[in-house]
Design a binder for this molecule. Structure first.
Ligand code: MIG
Length: 808
C-alpha cells in the first residue's frame, strides 16, 4: 500500500503511475493515471506540493504576495521517477505521488511512508469494545472523515515543534492535535486536542537536521506525530486540497525564516506595546479605571497600557460606549494620555441583533453577515444576546469593519483587542453549512471557521493603519497561519494555576516557532484566584515575553501588582522596571524579527541546535540570542537546576559568576530572583527605567557588556527610530554596531554608526563592563582616568567615540 488520499467514500485513493510530466519555469506538473499534481519550487529550500483533490487551487489565506526566488532548477526522469534538483535539494517523485527529499549530498531528509495507514487499536474492557466506543471513539470517527491524509516516515530520535500554542510540552512527538479554533472554558490541560488557534505548521528535528511542513488547509485538519503509529507521522484534512510546503533548514532558524518568508513576519510594533500592560474584566466605571491609572504612578510601577474589557460598551454593542459608566470617553482618554497611558478596547465579532443600532442596520442592509443556506442572516448568541457574524472572508465586509475602527481610534483608543473570534457562540457551534462569501465565491463554515479570526484581525489592522498611519496594535485570540502579520496574540483563558504558568513556557516557545513572535499569556492567570507567590513568579516570566499583560477574569480577586502585599508589589516593581530598562534590547529583537521571523521568546534548540540536551527543555528559554531565562515555575521552589547549553560560557546576571556551557548547575532562587544568564560576549542595550515609554527623552544609551573570559569576538547591532510611525520603512532610522573583542589582557570595543538618518540621536553611550576592572583605559587613543572603585567598571563616552581599549 501507498501514501493515501482518502476521498470520501473511496478507500485508499491512489494517484497511480506517472504518465507525463513537464516543467514550466519553476513548476513541475505531473500527470498520474488518476490525478494530477504540481511541485512548485518557491526557493531552493521551499517546495510546494499540490494536488486539486476537491477543488481548483484557491488563493491561500495565509500566503499573500508570494515572492518566488527559485534559483536554478533541473528536472530528470530516471527509473520511473521525476527528479527535481534545486540549488539545495533533490526531490524525487514516484508513482502514487510518493515524495522523497534529499540534500545535495544524497542524505535523506524526509520521505513519504510506504506502509499501511494503521492506527493503534484502542482496546476496551469488553470484547466488542463498547467502552472503547464510549470513551475513545474519536480517533475512529476522525479516520472516517479524513479526505486527505499524508503519511511521512517517522525515524527514531525525531522531535516536533510548532502548531501554535498547543497545551502540553515543547516536543510534540507522540501527540495528536486537531486544528479547529475552539473556545473551551475548561482549564487548559495537556489532553486538549484543540485550542483557539489553528496554525498547521510544524518543525521536525532529526539528527540535528531541521525541516518544516506547512499544510495550508483551513478546513479541520489533524496532525499526529507518531501517536497512532510509531512508524509514521501524518497530517490530514476533512476537505480542501492537498497543498503543503516543505521547508528545509538545516537549522530550525532557517525553517522559521522560510515559513515566515511564506506567511509573513510580525511587523515592528510601536515601542510602547512592549511596555507593561494592565487589564481585567473589567475596569469600569471610569472612576475605577482612573484609580488604577493613578495607582501605578503613585506606586512607582511602570505601566503603558490599560484595557477596557466588554463592559465599556453599551449592552455589548460593538463600537459603542456605555454612557453611564463612561460618560465622556474622549475626555477620559485624553486625560489618561496625559498620564502616559494608551487605552486598548475589546471588540468581539458578534453584532447585536437590534433594529436601530447602526452597526447592525448597516450590516443587515448590505448583506455583511454570514447566512444560512437560504441567504437569511445566521443568528447565534454571544455577549450582546442574539447576534450576527460579519462575514470577514469578504473583502467588502473587511473594508466596512476597517472603517469602523475609526469610531474608536479617532477618539483616542490606542489599540484594539479582538476576542471571541473562533468564532465563539453560546447556543451551540455554528453549523457546517453557514454560508460565507469569499470574495464572490460561496463557501461554508467548514472552510472559513479557522480563518475567521485571521480575517477579522486583518480588517482591524488595516483599519487602524489607515486611520492612524501608525503601526497598529491589534490583539487577537483566534488565528490561522499568517495572522502574525496583523496581530499580537495571547493564549486565551488560562487560570491562576502553577500548572498554567509552567505550561505557558512551551506554549509561547511553540508559538514563536510558528511565526508568532509577538505573544504572551495572561500574567497572573485569567480564571481562578491568583496568589502572592504565583504572581511573583509569573511577572518574572512576563517580563521576558513580548506581550507583557496582566489580565484576570470577572469576579476573581484583584490581581494588580499591589493587590497582595508589599513583598509581591516590590517583586512586581523590580521585574517591570527591569523590563523597561531592557526595552531597547527587546525592540532590537522585534526589529530583527521583522526580517528573520525569529521570535523574542525561543526554545534553546533554536540557538543551540548542536546540543541535543536542549531539544526537550520546557522550563528555560532564550530571550533573543543573548539572554537565557530559567524561571521558577513551581510553588515553594527556592532553587532550581539550570541547564546551560554547550557552545559558550554563561554569566549569572545577578551575581556575575561565570559558568561553562554544557552543564547543569543549581541556582538559588528566592522569591525575588528569576535565574537569568547572559551569553559570554553579550552586549545588552539599556534605557533608564521610565513610568511609560516617552516619559523621558533618551539621550544616553547604556551598554551592559559581558566580556569574554578568554579570547573572543562578538557583535551587536542596535536599532533606533521614532518608535511609532512607518517612517522607518522609508529609511528614517539609525543603526549602531558595537564590536567587542578580547585577546589576552586586552579588550577592544568598536562603535560604528552604520546608518544615521533618524534625527534624535544619542548624545552619549554609557558602558558597564561586568566582572573586569582595567589598569589602563583609552578612548580613541586617549588615556582616561579610571574613576569607579567598585566592582562594576563603568564609563561614559560621547557619541563620536569610535574605539575603546581596556588593558588589565
Ligand atoms: O466569554 O471579554 O479570553 O480575556 O476577558 C468570555 C471577557 C469573553 C474571553 C477572553 C477574556 C475576556 C473575556 N472574554
Amino acid at each position: 500500500m501507498n501514501q493515501k488520499f482518502q476521498l470520501k467514500g473511496l478507500q485508499g485513493f491512489m494517484f497511480g503511475k506517472i504518465k507525463f510530466y513537464e516543467k514550466k519555469s519553476n513548476v513541475v506538473s505531473i500527470e498520474f493515471e488518476n490525478g494530477r499534481a504540481s511541485v512548485d519550487i518557491i526557493t531552493p529550500s521551499i517546495i510546494n506540493f499540490f494536488s486539486p483533490l476537491s477543488a481548483e487551487r484557491r488563493a491561500s489565506k495565509a500566503v499573500e504576495n508570494l515572492k518566488r526566488m527559485p534559483g536554478k532548477i533541473t528536472v530528470d526522469f530516471i527509473d520511473g521517477q521525476v527528479l527535481v534538483y534545486t540549488e539545495k535539494l533533490k526531490v524525487s517523485i514516484a508513482d502514487n505521488f510518493m515524495v522523497d527529499i534529499f540534500d545535495l549530498n544524497g542524505k535523506r531528509i524526509c520521505s513519504d511512508y510506504r506502509g499501511e495507514d494503521k492506527p493503534f487499536v484502542r482496546r476496551g474492557n469488553d470484547d466488542d469494545g463498547n467502552i472503547a466506543a464510549e470513551e475513545g471513539h474519536q480517533l475512529e470517527e476522525e479516520r472516517k472523515s479524513q479526505k486527505i491524509k499524508i503519511l511521512k516516515q517517522l525515524n527514531p530520535g525525531s522531535y516536533f515543534y510548532g502548531l501554535g500554542d498547543r497545551t502540553g510540552h515543547l516536543n510534540k512527538l507522540g501527540y495528536h492535535y486537531k486544528m479547529w479554533n475552539t473556545d473551551n472554558p475548561n482549564p487548559h490541560v495537556e489532553s486538549f486536542e484543540t485550542m483557539y488557534k489553528s496554525i498547521p505548521f510544524f518543525v521536525a528535528l532529526e539528527k540535528k537536521i531541521a525541516y518544516g511542513i506547512f499544510f495550508d488547509n483551513s478546513y479541520e485538519t489533524i496532525f499526529d506525530f507518531g501517536k497512532e503509529n510509531s512508524d509514521y507521522y501524518s497530517f490530514s484534512a476533512v476537505d480542501g486540497n492537498l497543498d503543503y510546503y516543505f521547508i528545509y533548514g538545516p537549522s530550525a532558524k532557517e525553517v522559521i525564516s522560510g515559513y515566515t518568508f511564506l506567511t509573513g513576519t510580525t511587523p515592528l510594533p510601536q515601542l510602547w506595546t512592549l511596555g507593561y500592560q494592565q487589564s481585567r474584566w473589567s475596569y469600569a466605571p471610569e472612576k475605577r479605571l482612573q484609580e488604577i491609572a493613578n495607582n501605578f504612578r503613585k506606586k512607582d510601577i511602570p505601566c503603558d497600557v490599560l484595557y477596557l474589557d466588554i463592559d465599556y460598551m453599551d449592552g455589548y454593542r460593538v463600537f459603542t460606549w456605555d454612557q453611564q459608566k463612561f460618560p465622556n470617553h474622549e475626555k477620559m482618554l485624553d486625560r489618561l494620555k496625559g498620564q502616559g497611558y494608551k487605552v486598548v478596547t475589546i471588540i468581539d465579532p458578534g453584532v447585536k441583533k437590534d433594529k436601530g443600532y447602526s452597526i447592525y442596520d448597516q450590516g443587515l442592509k448590505n448583506n455583511y453577515f454570514a447566512t444560512d443556506r437560504d441567504g437569511i442572516p445566521y443568528v447565534n448568541r454571544v455577549w450582546p444576546g442574539k447576534a450576527l457574524y460579519p462575514d470577514f472572508s469578504n473583502q467588502t465586509v473587511r473594508h466596512w469593519w476597517a472603517e469602523n475602527q475609526k469610531i474608536l481610534v479617532n477618539h483616542g483608543v490606542a489599540g484594539v483587542w479582538n476576542d471571541m473570534n473562533e468564532p465563539a457562540s453560546f447556543d451551540g457551534p455554528l453549523p457546517d453549512d453557514v454560508q460565507f462569501n469569499d470574495n464572490g465565491r460561496l463557501t461554508d463554515h467548514r472552510e472559513i471557521h479557522n480563518v475567521y479570526g485571521h480575517y477579522m484581525s486583518k480588517a482591524t489592522y488595516e483599519g487602524i493603519k489607515t486611520a492612524t498611519n501608525k503601526r497598529p496594535f491589534v490583539i487577537t485570540r483566534a488565528s490561522y497561519a499568517g495572522t502574525q502579520k496583523y496581530a499580537t496574540v495571547w493564549t486565551g483563558d488560562n487560570q491562576s494555576l502553577w500548572e498554567h504558568l509552567r505550561m505557558s513556557l512551551p506554549m509561547l516557545m511553540n508559538l514563536g516557532m510558528s511565526g508568532f513572535a509577538f505573544c504572551g499569556t495572561d500574567v497572573g492567570g485569567f480564571g481562578f484566584d491568583c496568589t502572592q507567590e504565583l504572581l511573583s513568579r509569573w511577572v518574572q516570566v512576563g517580563a521576558f515575553t513580548a506581550l507583557f499583560r496582566n489580565h484576570s477574569s470577572a469576579s476573581m480577586r484583584d490581581q494588580e501588582p499591589w493587590a497582595f502585599d508589599e513583598k509581591t508589589e516590590s517583586i512586581n516593581r523590580k521585574y517591570i522596571k527591569l523590563r523597561y530598562r531592557l526595552l531597547p534590547y527587546f525592540y532590537d529583537i522585534m526589529h530583527d524579527e521583522e526580517t528573520t521571523g525569529l521570535p523574542m521568546i525561543r526554545p534553546l534548540l533554536l540557538d543551540y541546535q548542536n546540543d541535543e540536551n536542549v531539544y526537550g527543555i520546557n522550563d528555560e528559554f532564550m530571550s533573543g540570542s543573548n539572554i537565557l531565562v530559567a524561571p521558577v515555575v513551581e510553588q515553594g521552589e527556592t532553587a532550581r537546576m539550570v541547564y546551560l547549553p554547550k557552545g559558550n560560557r554563561w554569566i549569572d546576571y545577578w551575581t556575575k559568576a561565570v559558568f561553562d556551557g554544557g552543564q547543569y548547575i543549581v541556582k538559588n532562587a528566592p522569591l525575588d530572583v528569576c535565574p537569568i544568564y547572559v551569553k559570554e560576549g553579550g552586549i545588552i542595550p539599556m534605557y533608564p527605567a521610565q513610568n511609560y515609554v516617552g516619559e523621558k527623552k533618551i539621550s544616553q544609551l547604556t551598554l551592559d557588556i559581558y566580556p569574554f573570559t578568554e579570547k573572543g569576538k562578538s557583535c551587536y547591532e542596535h536599532y533606533q527610530d521614532d518608535g511609532e510611525s512607518f517612517d522607518y520603512r522609508s529609511g528614517n532610522y539609525n543603526l549602531y554596531d558595537f564590536i567587542l573583542k578580547r585577546s589576552g589582557n586586552l579588550i577592544e570595543i568598536n562603535i560604528s554608526k552604520t546608518r544615521e538618518a533618524y534625527g534624535e540621536k544619542y548624545q552619549s553611550f554609557k558602558f558597564i563592563i561586568n566582572g573586569i576592572k582595567p589598569l589602563e583605559f583609552l578612548v580613541d587613543g586617549q588615556t582616561r582616568k579610571i574613576e569607579n572603585d567598585d566592582d562594576q567598571f563603568s564609563f561614559t563616552v560621547s557619541n563620536t567615540a569610535k574605539k575603546i581599549d581596556l588593558k588589565f
